[in-house]
Design a protein. Structure first.
Length: 165
């Protein structure tokens, strides 16, 4: 059972998986948008977002941690100087996965774009359709209760009329 086992294995051992994450992250930082498979994009997304959060701190310790994870000082410099200030006000969610309709040649794997968000970009919300207008029917006035006539006694105030001959 896989209880409490977070992350995806992607049919790789731990070293190969870390190298894959590192290479995808390098390409993403360099080009800011890459095409990869959907499972790889979903797996590398937390790795990238944690690095950007680390870069937002801007400390020497954070820089050294980023270098230890990426093994490339030039990309870490770009991460700290260009990418991290772009998201200084944003609390998270720096990447976007957009599925493509084209499949990969060879095995027809599903592909997706993994892209960094632009500077002021926010999540596009679908416009809500206007609600249908409510028809306000005026209720019919309640009938006023009329007293029921008594059948056994004739009304006392009505005079009797003589029969017509």
């Amino acid at each position: 059972m896989r209880h409490r086992k977070a992350g995806r294995k992607l049919n790789r051992n731990a070293e190969h998986r870390q190298a894959l994450y590192r290479n995808l992250t390098r390409a993403l930082i360099e080009h800011e948008r890459i095409i990869t498979t959907v499972p790889k994009a979903k797996a590398v997304r937390p790795f990238v977002e944690k690095l950007i959060t680390l870069a937002k701190k801007g400390t020497l310790h954070a820089r050294r941690l980023a270098i230890s994870r990426l093994h490339d000082r030039d990309l870490v410099a770009k991460l700290f100087k260009e990418i991290a200030p772009r998201y200084s006000d944003r609390p998270g969610g720096y990447t976007r996965i957009i599925k493509r309709h084209e499949r990969r040649l060879g095995d027809a794997g599903e592909t997706a774009y993994l892209a960094l968000l632009a500077a002021g970009e926010t999540r596009a919300k679908t416009p809500k359709t206007a609600p249908a207008p409510r028809v306000s029917e005026t209720p019919a006035p309640a009938p006023t209760p009329t007293p029921a006539p008594e059948a056994s006694t004739p009304p006392a105030s009505t005079p009797e009329t003589p029969p017509a001959s």
